[in-house]
Design a protein around this ligand. Sequence first.
Ligand code: FES
Length: 151
Amino acid sequence: MTTDNFEPKILAFCCKYCAYAAADLAGSMRLSYPSNVKVIQVPCTGRVDITYLLRAIEDGADGVYVAGCLEGECHFLAGNLRTKKRVKYVKKVLADLKIEPERVEMFNLSSAMGPRFAEIANEMTDRIKKLGPSPIKNNDQCKEVKHDCSR
Ligand code: FES
């Protein structure tokens, strides 16, 4: 499903040691990437809980991704490996809910990979544009549930 003029909302949880630094480098190199991607700095991707990813989708993000250090280079040893498993789990949860699991992804890069950071942002934006808006946004049933929960 695609929608004309659809500009997706995408959240990127980026480790400060690698992906966030790579985003800075991309900026210094004057590499452009879509403004659809909102970067959130985290001290390590190991801090990105399953609930953060699901909550982002529930709150209206069309896509969300985690960008951490290269495997074997996490400053907290295995934070990125734990989150890789969490992302895989969230993909399964989305699939069970009939939501495209491709809306969530994990990437690994180093602080020197500014061009790769921009490439990932473009790749995810293109992917989500092809998928179209999140089905959660137009689901009245979800809105009712959310309303009930806010009491
Ligand atoms: Fe970068 Fe753990 S410190 S993913």
